[in-house]
Design a protein around this ligand. Structure first.
Ligand SMILES: *Cc1c(COP(=O)(O)O)cnc(C)c1O
Length: 432
């Protein structure tokens, strides 16, 4: 392909992606749609600059406005999460976790966290699986005992194991995250064992900010890491909140430890997103959780094996469905995509034991953050459940469902819970 052809083709593909997303159901639990103001900030000149160090003590010139924006982002993060200290420089959630590991532990130390089939994330993984904690920072990993029926940490068994193993870090949080983790119940035990209480809020930061999930920093967590683009509807970036006494260690672990340039356009977009969350976060997060509960209920009524029916299916933005009656998660993910329903396959806690694999696991995970930002409420969750049933249970023609999904989506094109939403959610904005 000649250069100009590749250039034109790339730009055409971007526009095609935007067109496609105007007519599908975006249900991936780790994704969201940012406000037009967040997208605008992402295109600003900050993204072409360097600002190593903290505001006011930069290694580069040209940072007059960059400093003010980063200070605003820090201040907004502290207010929103009622945190003593915030660092907004990690360029992603994984980098935030790695910075936290390096601030609080040494290679060879032990961390306890969730196993991946129970909701743990690759950034918490063992060395033999190539996980960040093990393979990059050299941590030894032991798993927190997990109650599969309740899809949560088993408090008594965990307390016993923590007392026995005396880890250096205990990390709560995960990527499959239906109910608040027992931070309050275990933080004394963890501290008595000489460990740090830490919390990975990558998935639930927006719910925490909106006061609709647990509040880890009030429940004993000393450090909370997060991504800024999952339930928190900002740009792809990361953030660390912590106690004042840990501020220097965290700051130094981030820079010079983990970043040189810290994606300043993303910091600007984080500031915008945090301000919007301060204004609209409570209302947004409450609707996200109501929608997830309603979706769980509606799918259950359609005949799906939604996990945790006796606990209301979920208390977060996601529901998990055991899909083994109809096939495997990988195949169904592909079919649903062709029907305009974008979600992802997911390991269930018992999958590996039963011989299933991450490529063809027994579950699918469905998130309600993005459709909530498009203005959908409980009633629309019933319609989404119906679309899923038509594909998975009835085996209807995928093109026909896709056409109906696109028609259904026509009324949901703007971003809600934002100061300004004149530009449509998936409008391709041209600068050139
Ligand atoms: C998504 C996720 C991360 C990593 O986030 P990135 O911003 O993609 O690097 C870390 N921890 C958990 C639990 C996650 O789900």
């Amino acid at each position: 392909m000649r250069a100009k052809e590749a250039f034109d083709r790339t730009r055409a593909l971007l526009q095609k992606h935007h067109e496609w997303f105007k007519g599908v159901l975006p249900l991936i639990a780790s994704e969201n749609v940012p406000s037009p103001a967040v997208r605008e900030a992402l295109t600003c000149d900050f993204g072409n600059r360097y600002a190593e160090g903290l505001p006011g003590e930069r290694v580069y010139a040209g940072c007059i406005y960059i400093d003010q924006v980063e200070l605003l982002a820090i201040d907004l993060a502290k207010r929103l999460f009622k945190a003593e200290h915030a660092n907004v420089q990690p360029i992603s959630g994984v980098v935030a976790n790695l910075a936290m590991y390096s601030a609080l532990s040494n290679p060879g130390d032990l961390m306890m966290c969730l196993a991946i089939p129970c909701g743990g994330h690759i950034s918490m993984g063992k060395k033999k699986f190539g996980g960040t904690a093990g393979a990059v920072h050299g941590l030894e990993i032991e798993y927190l005992p997990f109650d599969e029926r309740r899809m949560n940490v088993d408090v008594d068994a965990a307390a016993k194991k923590i007392r026995e193993l005396k880890p250096k870090l205990v990390l709560f949080g995960g990527s499959v995250f239906l109910f608040p983790h027992p931070v309050k119940e275990l933080s004394e035990v963890i501290k008595e064992a000489g460990a740090y209480v830490t919390y990975d809020a990558a998935h639930v930061a927006g719910l925490i900010a909106g006061g609709q999930f647990q509040d880890p920093l009030r429940e004993g967590a000393e450090v909370m890491t997060c991504s800024t683009h999952k339930t928190l509807p900002g740009p792809q970036h990361g953030m660390i909140l912590c106690r004042r006494e840990l501020a220097d260690a965290i700051n130094r672990a981030v820079f010079p430890g983990m970043v040189s340039n810290h994606h300043l356009h993303a910091v600007a977009a984080v500031a915008v997103a945090l301000a919007e969350m301060l204004e609209f976060g409570r209302e947004y997060a409450a609707q996200v959780v109501r929608n997830a509960k309603a979706l769980g209920q509606a799918l259950h009524e359609q005949g799906f094996a939604v996990l945790c029916p006796e606990h209301g299916f979920t208390a977060s933005h996601q529901v998990v469905v055991d899909i083994t009656k109809y096939g495997d998660g990988g195949t169904l993910e592909g079919k649903l995509e062709k029907a305009g329903i974008i979600l992802n396959r997911n390991l269930l806690p018992w999958d590996i034991r039963e011989g299933r694999h991450y490529k063809n696991p027994g579950g699918i995970r469905i998130g309600t953050s993005e459709v909530t930002r498009l203005g959908m409420k409980e009633g629309e969750m019933g319609e989404i459940a119906e679309f899923l049933k038509r594909v998975v249970i009835d085996g209807e023609a995928l093109e026909r469902v896709a056409a109906d999904v696109a028609e259904f989506r026509r009324d949901y094109q703007r971003v809600h819970y934002a100061f300004e939403s004149a530009t449509q959610a998936y409008e391709y904005v041209k600068i050139q």
